[in-house]
Design a protein around this ligand. Sequence first.
Ligand SMILES: CC(C)(COP(=O)(O)OP(=O)(O)OC[C@H]1O[C@@H](n2cnc3c(N)ncnc32)[C@H](O)[C@@H]1OP(=O)(O)O)[C@@H](O)C(=O)NCCC(=O)NCCS
Length: 187
Amino acid sequence: MSVAADAAAYPKGARVSARIGSNVGCPTYRSERIDSHHRIDTFRSGSWVMNRWLSGSARRLDEQGAARTFVWTGGEEGTKVLAYFTLAPHRVTSMSGSEYSIPAVLLARLALDLSIQGRGLGSQLLVDALERASYALGRSARGVIVVDAVNREAAGFYEHFGFRQVAGNPFRLYRSASDVARSLGVA
Ligand SMILES: CC(C)(COP(=O)(O)OP(=O)(O)OC[C@H]1O[C@@H](n2cnc3c(N)ncnc32)[C@H](O)[C@@H]1OP(=O)(O)O)[C@@H](O)C(=O)NCCC(=O)NCCS
């Protein structure tokens, strides 16, 4: 579980700023590991699966050390969660079924509250997730970041950012850690 634990230690500036609308304010969101003080009950992403994961599984799996969930709070919403993503350690297997021992991180879940969708924050949330995943992998040239898409539309979102489908599974996509690091400007 060191991979996801390392992601939690990622020393980035904890604040994510985003311009909402044309010139109407620039709310600032705080990106942090999920905790008991976060209000998760009101989160609505438009995806029942994503909502249920946050309310029913995220905290438990984080406490168990099985996966790390990071949330965005802030603006005028206090501790209300407005976005989240979940990272977990992962193992990459070859198409032939034999296992490679290359490090991997699974971006298992990623979602924004409906109230802040469609404003460019989805891409910022993905950058936050990829930065933490990349940091956890130690920018290994051999590492892989794998994502699970909840449906076809979500897969399109990841493809928009350069992820490619794993053969035989349209809902699982990947990018090499070195490719991601180049995109993030940290290679
Ligand atoms: C997926 C999600 C995070 C995207 O957030 P968003 O606020 O709608 O997206 P943004 O406004 O930040 O869009 C960022 C870019 O992605 C593109 N994009 C967004 N959704 C897309 C989709 N389904 N397919 C292809 N491109 C998409 C946008 O056109 C935009 O492109 P640009 O930067 O070139 O202009 C959000 O819709 C969501 O939480 N959906 C419900 C949960 C979900 O499906 N999660 C996906 C992971 S399983």
